[in-house]
Design a binder for this molecule. Structure first.
Ligand code: NI
Length: 211
């Protein structure tokens, strides 16, 4: 499947576009999401080409990373430029486009508009936001967006003013907001590591700073 020239071109473009991305959405994030998506898709009887393409393109026009006016138009133009209509029908392209527009976390968990394949990639993307890698990414994102690690005087844990609050807004809630059984299983260990990290973090912080 992946020997196809069209897929190779999209892969090459995505790799080039995201190689020097430093907010945690780099090319390795894409590769991890592809691998996790494929692992989940194995057990979910899904369309593997759709899963691969959605995973590959899911951060191409993300507003968190790029200045995007109209995401739908960007994807439609991209589909034409990369001749995706030669390997997919209009219905398939519409479905993939809808998935790409509604997959990511925008302050709330929402999977209502997604196809089965979109839900699989959403799970994979969310799994990459928890565990050791998720922790690395949350602070890379904070550094990239000039956000502090932690503000100990902040009353609300969900203030959004520091990166520790992102654990409470999103990361700790991921395990209960996954679509597939496979992803739920994969999330257990990663979730536990988040809790352990936070407990150590507060312990070390309390040791050195008197607020
Ligand atoms: Ni992503």
């Amino acid at each position: 499947m992946k020997d196809n020239q069209i897929l190779n071109d999209i892969r090459k473009h995505t790799k080039e576009k995201l190689t020097e991305e430093y907010s945690g959405h780099d090319w390795y994030h894409i590769l991890r999401v592809i691998n996790l998506s494929e692992k989940i898709a194995e057990k979910e009887n899904a369309n593997k080409l759709h899963v691969y393409l959605i995973a590959l393109m899911h951060d191409l026009f993300d507003e968190k990373i790029f200045k995007i006016e109209n995401k739908k138009e960007e994807f439609e133009r991209f589909f034409i430029e990369y001749k995706l209509n030669e390997i997919l029908s209009n219905e398939e392209l519409d479905s993939i486009c809808t998935d790409l527009l509604h997959l990511s976390f925008r302050g709330k968990f929402d999977n209502t508009k997604l196809s089965k394949e979109g839900k699989i990639v959403q799970d994979a993307d969310r799994l990459d936001a928890v565990g050791a890698i998720g922790i690395a990414r949350v602070f890379a994102y904070g550094g990239n967006k000039n956000k502090p690690i932690y503000i100990p005087t902040e009353v609300s844990k969900e203030s959004g003013k520091d990166q520790i609050s992102h654990f409470y807004v999103k990361l700790l809630n991921i395990k209960d907001n996954l679509n597939t059984k496979t992803a739920k299983e994969l999330a257990e260990k990663r979730h536990h590591f988040l809790e352990e990290f936070l407990s150590n973090f507060y312990e070390e912080w309390d040791d050195v700073i008197d607020v």
